[in-house]
Design a protein around this ligand. Structure first.
Ligand code: ATP
Length: 324
């Protein structure tokens, strides 16, 4: 057991976490999280990646204390969210997906109110330092409704940091954000991380996660399908698609042993292969061997859906003797 004075190895520790949303007359109950185990090491920049509806927001809302879990254990900075909810929340700053603007306050007032909410004593408040760090000093006394969308978003980052939490969650922080703001935001987040703040970032974008995060967990349909150091995960995701248009359009694409085949519009189909394991040449040979005459081909890099397919496919294929 760790001594009370030492820092936890895991900034966030999750075991067997499930969440089922109650159903209604119109909708059946929804099992949004199906038993999540996750350790987010202290000091890391951790990416939580998944498509729409994967369960990312549910997970984050449970951490933030706004959604009640169905079962499982969660601790933040070594503090159990069931037995020490206030302490657990105090260790966490959350920048939500949606911009929530306090229209009646100036940015400085907004930070002061938030600091008051967390019980930060007046002499420990750092509103001006945060405004400066996020490039909002000259807007300190402006009305929030006069700020641009990007400024409001930066103000939300500042608000999440008023109580100097050791763990910061950024939920889809760059959705709808322009390139320049994205760059500034990442620069600041990297600086925070270098100062020791553990960062948990959720995103739809593999590119964003791979650029920023040292570890990436992929969630799909309420389950963690991968959790690895970024370089290791990227090696596993080394997939490409070959899109084949046959001479005669095919309503049902051929079955190609060792490859994932997906129908495309117009009687075409795509074949997903691992660059490290196969080549376009081998894909084409397999297509021809299946009796297909090729009219045209193109290649494309995978999107997130293909990544999930590749990951799940890889798992299914493990130990499969037919696979070379
Ligand atoms: N309050 C709710 N009641 C019922 N079902 C819900 C509720 N909130 C979320 N869900 C369902 O739970 C599943 C997970 O949703 P969640 O919002 O956690 O996913 P997500 O990965 O955050 O997606 P997004 O990227 O779109 O925010 C989805 O099928 C969603 O429809």
């Amino acid at each position: 057991m760790t001594a009370a004075s030492s820092l936890p190895d895991s900034a966030i520790r999750i075991r067997g976490l499930t969440k089922t949303y109650a159903g209604s007359k119109k909708a059946p109950p929804k099992e949004a999280l199906k038993g999540i185990d996750l350790d987010i090491p202290r000091g890391t920049m951790f990416g939580l990646l998944g498509p729409n509806g994967a369960g990312k927001s549910t997970l984050i809302n449970i951490l933030a204390g706004v959604v009640k879990k169905t079962s499982g254990e969660v601790s933040i900075w070594g503090r159990d969210i069931d037995t020490r909810p206030r302490d657990a929340r105090a260790a966490l700053g959350v920048v939500p997906q949606e911009i929530v603007a306090d229209v009646f306050f100036t940015p400085r007032e907004s930070l002061e109110v938030q600091a008051g909410f967390y019980g930060v004593p007046a002499d420990e408040r750092r509103s001006d330092a945060l405004l400066a760090a996020l490039g909002l000093s000259d807007k300190a006394n402006a009305y929030v409704r006069a700020l641009s969308g990007g400024m409001k978003r930066r103000l939300m980052v500042a608000k999440a940091l008023v109580h100097a939490p050791p763990v910061l969650i950024l939920d889809e922080p760059t959705a709808g954000v322009d390139v320049e703001l994205r760059r500034q935001l990442w620069e600041y987040v990297r600086r925070l991380n270098a100062e020791g703040v553990t960062i948990l970032l959720t995103t739809h974008y593999l590119e964003e996660a791979q650029e920023l995060c040292d570890t990436i967990a992929i969630v799909n349909r309420g389950q963690v399908v991968a959790c690895e150091p970024t370089p290791q995960l990227l090696r596993r995701l080394d997939t490409r698609n070959v899109v084949v248009s046959p001479e005669t359009p095919m309503a049902t694409p051929p079955v190609l042993e060792g490859f994932e085949v997906t129908p495309r519009s117009g009687g075409a189909f795509s074949v997903t292969y691992r660059k490290g394991r196969s080549s376009v040449e081998q894909v084409l040979a397999a297509v021809r061997a299946a009796g297909v005459t090729i009219a045209d081909i193109s290649t494309e890099d995978p999107d997130l859906e293909d990544v999930f397919l590749a990951l799940t496919y890889g798992d299914d294929a493990q130990g499969d003797p037919t696979k070379d």
